[in-house]
Design a protein around this ligand. Structure first.
Ligand code: ADP
Ligand code: MG
Length: 696
């Protein structure tokens, strides 16, 4: 897009604040802003006027339909389109959209995962307008971001708990700020998600059932070249990909999504997009929309966008970094200022964060756990499965000094400054040199790096927000009854004790090293290596209590999420195992039989004319041995997978899959990949890693 067009078209497909101001009466606009900013309830008259304005705007922008856009527990977005049309008796048509249609929808909810919250016969589910996330137009459809709840008001989606956790954090953080003499209007989180993805050619994708059915390659021998030359990271972007990126930027900008940075990532065919951060749940919505647009726009360029965490073995997988901070009326509360050691308010929030992450490491780990992400976490390309915090060169000495009590208690009063100092920030540019930490302080925000590329970011942020809310509440309780003259000393003691008590989670070293695993075990940090190891965290009574105390998830909602997650793991791996069996029986074995058969004919024909062919003969034997081994393993995999499917208890089923099905899948892959190395090119039924990862 030309530069002047960018400013003109930015947000043109988003029902922005400016659009509302222009199209709504002054009193309605004011009331709507109160709903958005202060969370006041919305009445139907306001909804009717907003709906009318939204419809007029949407029609002017070519929309014919509307949809409630929501995020069921699958994590991806869902929509059902309804047209605005309302036929009249005279054969003409009106375009209608009421306030009721805006604020509430009732999709047939029976086919979405509910983790047992809802029996199919009482399948009612409601979508409820989230006025904090602006409506937008996508493919001639007015999309209204909504939360999705059951008839009884239980959350059936990813967004509802996120919004609830934002309320919890806001409530508790405001109490902390009040102790510092501040009464901000709003406290909210800011999130900047860096999204990694792969782009490959559509023709290759279409030739691989594993990519089509599971999003990742289940077979494929090591390519001749991988990422070892390190030339792809930040390298010149190939023209096809550049065209894709340009169109993507244009489309995102029209939707008001502030796409900012794009570059090639470490693995061949891997790329990244980072937007400018936005308010929490809006950033999560925009990330989902970005992922959807990526897939769509790739198809315009003969490409397919792979968002799986591990599309290819032998090269890096894809993650999504969740940059996170807390903000009070536009002021970043994690901004350390010039002298963090004297910025008591910053230290309180920092201490709360450290305690939050340490206390709920198991839930944080679970929030990013999936069958896909299990391939990354703990491998030497992504953070380990152990949660630790990197504070960096600027903050570590301060925290260590505090723990060692290097500042005398009496001196503290003079040292402290209770306000948020509006000072230039010296450590903003102190770049983070530790890419191995799962949770790193990067100047004025934390970066949670364990998230998977295809995951909905609601889950980790729900845990983070609620855990920090809990610590804020702890601080407020700690300060109860403290006389004003003692405030600073006691608050400082809170900071010091919190850092001391949670010191074990702080780690600035190499998170990829084996020493760290041993050291973390000594420190008593959980090391939940797989999704299955992490799952029980959601059933622990103290964790159930934690979510319900802050009104984020009731016990039944938490249990439903446990069941859904456990089932999803089993279902995904069942599909992967089925796909492997299918590919082996229908593609690989026939190919190997063809090739070995042709070779055997050659050997026989040559023998007829008296020519011995030991190399071919040996190859026929190798291929035949391979066929035998593969046939046995595929049968075993099929039987074991069938047995796993029979297990009723969700966790027991997942354990069986992890311990019995996964190893067989790996074994089968090894055997097939071994054959790929020696099979004739023209016989091999699917594109190789060499071809898929290195295209022009
Ligand atoms: P890096 O790759 O070094 O982590 P990037 O510039 O690619 O850095 O990404 C940083 C991300 O962090 C961007 O999305 C940016 O908008 C976001 N970010 C910056 N400040 C904040 C903040 N206060 N809160 C949340 N996210 C932030
Ligand atoms: Mg980053």
């Amino acid at each position: 897009m030309a530069q002047d067009k960018v400013t003109e078209e930015y947000g043109s497909l988003l029902f922005t604040d400016a659009d509302m101001q222009e199209r709504l009466s002054k009193p309605t606009y004011k009331k709507l802003k109160q709903v958005i900013n202060d969370g006041t309830p919305l009445n139907i008259e306001i909804a009717n006027e907003v709906a009318h304005a939204m419809k007029e705007w949407a029609l002017e922008h070519g929309a014919t339909h509307f949809t409630h856009w929501f995020q069921p527990l699958t994590g991806i977005t869902s929509e059902k389109h309804d047209s605005f049309i309302n036929p009249r008796e005279d054969g003409t048509v009106l375009m209608n959209f009421s306030g009721k249609e805006l604020i509430q929808g009732e999709p047939d909810a029976s086919s979405f995962p509910s983790g047992g919250l809802r029996a199919t016969f009482e399948a009612r589910g409601y979508t409820v307008w989230d006025p904090m996330s602006p409506a937008f137009i996508k493919d001639e459809v007015l999309c209204i971001p909504t939360a999705f709840i059951s008839y009884t008001g239980e959350a059936l989606d990813k967004k509802t708990p996120l919004l609830r956790s934002e309320v919890a954090l806001e409530t508790e953080a405001k109490k902390v700020l009040e102790l510092f003499g501040q009464t901000p209007h709003r406290v909210y989180t800011t999130i900047g998600p860096e999204q990694e993805y792969f782009l490959i050619k559509e023709e290759d994708y279409k030739a691989r059932p594993d990519l089509i059915l599971t999003g990742r390659t289940l077979f494929g021998c090591e390519p001749a070249k991988g990422q070892e030359l390190e030339e792809h990271y930040f390298g010149a972007i190939r023209p096809t990909v550049n065209e894709f990126m340009k169109e993507l930027d244009d489309e995102l900008w029209k939707l008001g999504i502030p796409a900012k940075t794009k570059h090639n990532e470490v693995a061949p065919a891997q790329h990244e997009l980072a937007p400018i951060f936005e308010r929490g749940s809006l950033a999560v919505d925009d990330n989902l929309l970005t992922m959807e647009k990526m897939k769509l726009i790739a198809s315009h360029h003969g490409l397919v966008c792979l968002q799986h965490e591990k599309p290819f073995d032998y090269v890096n997988g894809s993650g999504k970094h969740n940059n996170w901070s807390i903000c009070a009326d536009g002021k970043n509360l994690l901004e350390p200022g010039d002298k963090p050691e004297e910025n008591l308010q910053f230290l309180v929030f920092l201490a709360c964060l450290v305690a939050a992450v340490d206390t709920h490491a198991d839930l944080l780990r679970l929030s990013v756990a999936s069958a896909g992400n299990d391939h990354r976490l703990g491998a030497n390309e992504a953070p380990p499965a152990i949660i630790s915090i990197f504070l960096g060169d600027a903050l570590t000495p301060i925290v260590e000094g505090l723990i060692k009590k290097e500042h005398p208690e009496s001196g503290e009063r003079e040292l402290m400054d209770t306000g948020v100092p509006a000072l230039p920030n010296i450590i903003r540019d102190n770049t983070d040199r530790n890419r191995t930490s799962p949770f790193a302080f990067t100047g004025n925000k934390f970066e949670f790096r364990m998230c998977g590329s295809q995951q909905n970011l609601s889950d980790p942020n729900v845990v983070l927000n609620t855990a920090v809310a809990e610590q804020c509440a702890r601080f407020v309780k700690y300060m109860e009854g403290v006389a004003p003259e003692d405030f600073m000393a006691i608050a400082m003691r809170f900071v010091r004790h919190t850092f001391r008590d949670h010191q074990r989670v702080l780690f600035d070293g190499n998170g990829y090293s084996e020493e760290w695993e041993a050291e973390a075990a000594k420190r008593g940090l959980p090391n939940l290596k797989t999704t299955v190891d992490a799952l029980p965290a959601l059933e622990k009574p103290e964790n159930v209590e934690f979510f319900s105390e802050y009104g984020v998830l009731s016990a039944s909602e938490a249990h439903a999420r446990f069941v859904t997650k456990a089932e999803q793991y089993a279902k995904l791996l069942n599909i992967e195992a089925n796909t492997m069996v299918y590919m082996v029986n229908h593609m690989y074995l026939p190919a190997l039989m063809d090739y070995s058969g042709d070779l055997a004919t050659t050997v026989a024909t040559k023998a007829e004319i008296g020519v011995d062919s030991p190399a071919e003969r040996a190859l026929v034997q190798k291929l035949t041995d391979g066929i035998t081994a593969i046939s046995a393993t595929v049968a075993e995999l099929e039987a074991t997978n069938a047995a796993a499917r029979e297990v009723e208890d969700p966790l027991a089923k997942d354990e069986k899959i992890r311990d019995e099905v996964l190893p067989l899948m790996e074994k089968l892959r090894g055997e097939v990949d071994g054959m790929e190395k020696i099979c004739g090119h023209d016989y091999w039924p699917v594109p190789s890693y060499n071809k898929m990862l290195f295209y022009v």
